[in-house]
Ligand binder design. Structure first.
Ligand code: AVJ
Length: 322
């Protein structure tokens, strides 16, 4: 595999985003994209097999069951790009379905070098697939992929796992619109989204009984300690999960157990927390199939088809660039 590109998030952008988030007026925040260092990515792999968290399995099941239907809606030849491929486990089914019809180039776009390397091992063995990995931010990577493909090749972009749910609604429209701008008419985006379900079930999915999600959340502070030379005392913070019914989203926070001061040397920062004050670390928006159709239309796509899992409310939607 050719892994192109530059280093992972440069330290200074991590430092400046941590600084910006922790010095905000009102609610403190940290961006969820920083969960996925070596430890965080490993913890997420565990989350994805927890009984309470059915999202990843549902995503995979739909792809396995409907891969053929999905690719049959594309005009060949097709090149496949994936935003945040992780280890690419779920993508096997799409690539294999294409294999009976063509040789396929697959471009995983992923900030984690380890995940990219594992992606090559997982998928590089499929005979008719060549993999070109990009260690890049989503949109930068996609621009490169789009520039590289030959005229006449259709692009199928995969954005799986309900990562779109981490954006708030206006940012989701904005992001899909930016994807649309890198595409040509007729290209497609396969979008995986977690659907609305009962609140207790949603809360359990983010507050599992083993405490793996709590560790995943707290690892963000541990990462700041490691990489930015900070002195968060992890036992002074706890994992908190809330559901916002108006926004249809699960929120994860880290709650300070006491009034305390923390310093983050490499971000030139000293920050004070009140007892019970929280840092908002992630939103996971939940959708309805109709809301996805509307989201698509507001960002320059048309929803061509949707597939919903029977066991866990999750949808894949094939959005075609209009
Ligand atoms: C991979 C971003 C979709 O929001 O459900 C899992 C990450 N956070 N448990 C999600 C996550 C807490 C996950 N996404």
């Amino acid at each position: 595999m050719l892994t192109e590109g530059i280093t992972t998030h440069p330290l200074n952008s991590f430092a400046s985003e941590v600084r910006a988030g922790l010095t905000r007026e009102g609610q403190k925040e940290l961006p969820s994209k920083y969960f996925y260092d070596e430890v965080g990515s490993a913890l997420f792999e565990v989350i994805s097999v927890l009984p309470e968290y059915g999202l990843t399995r549902a995503d995979t099941r739909i792809l396995r069951r409907y891969a053929r239907d999905i690719v049959e809606r594309m005009t060949l030849p097709v090149v496949v790009a994936e935003l945040g491929s992780g280890t690419g486990k779920k993508t096997r089914w799409i690539l294999e379905a294409l294999c009976s019809r063509q040789n396929t180039t697959y471009y995983p776009i992923e900030m984690s070098r380890t995940a990219l390397a594992r992606c090559e091992i997982e998928l590089g063995r499929i005979d008719c697939v060549s993999i070109v990995g990009f260690e890049r931010e989503y949109l930068d990577g996609l621009l490169e992929v789009s520039a590289r493909r030959h005229p006449g090749e259709q692009l199928l972009v995969l954005f799986l796992g309900s990562t779109i749910g981490n954006f708030d609604r206006p940012a989701a429209v904005q992001f899909l619109h930016s994807i649309r701008e890198t595409l040509r008419e007729g290209d497609a985006l396969l979008l995986g989204t977690d659907l609305q379900s009962s609140v207790p079930e949603l809360i359990r999915a983010y507050d599992d009984s083993l405490g793996v999600t709590a560790a995943f959340n707290l690892n963000l502070l541990a990462r700041i300690n490691r990489e930015l030379d900070a002195n968060f005392v992890l036992s002074q913070f706890s994992h908190a999960v809330k559901y916002d019914p108006g926004e249809h989203r699960v929120e994860m926070h880290l709650r300070s157990g006491a009034e305390q001061t923390v310093s983050v040397s490499r971000a030139d920062l000293t920050v004070t927390f009140e007892k019970d004050e929280t840092i908002w670390t992630e939103s996971s928006h939940k959708f309805t199939p109709e809301a996805i159709v509307a989201l698509a239309e507001r960002s320059g796509f048309k929803c061509d088809a949707q597939w919903v899992d029977r066991e866990w409310p999750f949808a894949q939607s094939l959005l075609v660039a209009a």
